[in-house]
Design a protein around this ligand. Structure first.
Ligand code: SAM
Length: 268
């Protein structure tokens, strides 16, 4: 199956913003759940595909207590530069998820968080993950649920649409493109992976304010490079108004966000 044309490519500056604001607000909450679902344990060889700034690889390494091997792979040099600065003890490798630079059966566990929807050939990437997994090994993927399940970001992107036109639905649409759990399961099966576990979890993206949530969505994603200052100002204004109802005590914002965690095993 062919995926979207949105590949979530960031500049070095946006990669820094991704790590300092988006990772603590959202991605760090999901990483331990993915690592646990996959059964990561000390002594294993673990690969984090499309690692970004490395939050999942770090969660795996921490769980493994220094025993075993963790490698993070991403196509984006800016993301890898941040990852390497934070954790020089983990192996960071530039490469394409569609053509993994590893031999067959090299990893006990292959992880992939919030990224499968950005690959042009999702089925091919899953086949690659299955190829580099050991017989009996696990491939564990996290993706976001459908747009209809995303009250917070759905409202934000609805507000963006008035100022971005089709661009808003292209970027927003890519985020939720793998929200159909049955479709995801069939992609696993087509890649030769038996679905051993699949669950939907609702977490929260937590920000200091509604405006900070919108600013992060701009500065820490490909959006920043695609808009001018005037559009940015209008997005912040409209987006903030749209998500005000998710403000909690003291003005902090908590956007509920639903995602799927799927674990497949490679036939032994
Ligand atoms: C939303 S980020 C998720 C990063 C990380 N997994 C996390 O949880 O923070 C998506 C990542 O997918 C990467 N990516 C997109 N297409 C890729 C490809 N074909 N091969 C490897 N990485 C890719 C991007 O560079 C980006 O770092």
């Amino acid at each position: 199956m062919t995926g979207s044309v949105e590949t979530f490519q960031l500049s070095v500056q946006a990669a820094e913003a991704y790590e300092s604001s988006f990772v603590p607000a959202l991605f760090a909450d999901w990483a331990p759940h993915l690592v646990e679902a996959a059964g990561v344990a000390g002594g294993q060889a673990v690969l984090d595909v499309a690692c970004g700034t490395g939050v999942v690889a770090r969660a795996a390494a921490d769980r493994m207590g220094g025993r075993g091997r963790v490698v993070g792979l991403d196509v984006n040099e800016g993301m890898l530069a941040v990852a390497g600065r934070l954790r020089p003890d983990i192996g960071w490798r530039q490469g394409d998820a569609g053509d993994l630079p590893f031999g067959a059966g090299e990893f006990d566990v292959v992880l992939c968080q919030s990224a499968l929807m950005f690959f042009p050939d999702r089925a091919g990437a899953l086949r690659e993950m299955a190829r580099v997994a050991t017989a009996g090994g696990a491939v564990a993927v996290q993706v976001w649920d459908r747009l209809e399940a995303q009250a917070g970001y759905g409202a934000m992107y609805d507000a963006f649409a008035g100022h971005l036109g089709g661009q808003a639905s292209e970027l927003g649409g890519a985020y939720w493109a793998l929200g159909d759990l049955d479709l995801l399961g069939s992609l696993f099966e087509a890649a030769g992976l038996r679905v051993a576990a699949a669950r939907t979890r609702v977490g929260a993206a937590r920000f200091g304010s509604a405006t900070e949530a919108v600013a992060t969505e701009i500065e820490a994603t490909p959006l920043a490079a695609r808009i001018d200052q005037d559009t940015r100002r209008r997005l912040v204004e409209a987006g903030t108004a749209a998500i005000r109802r998710f403000e909690v005590d003291g003005g902090r914002a908590e956007l509920p966000i639903s995602g799927h965690l799927v674990v497949g095993t490679k036939a032994g």
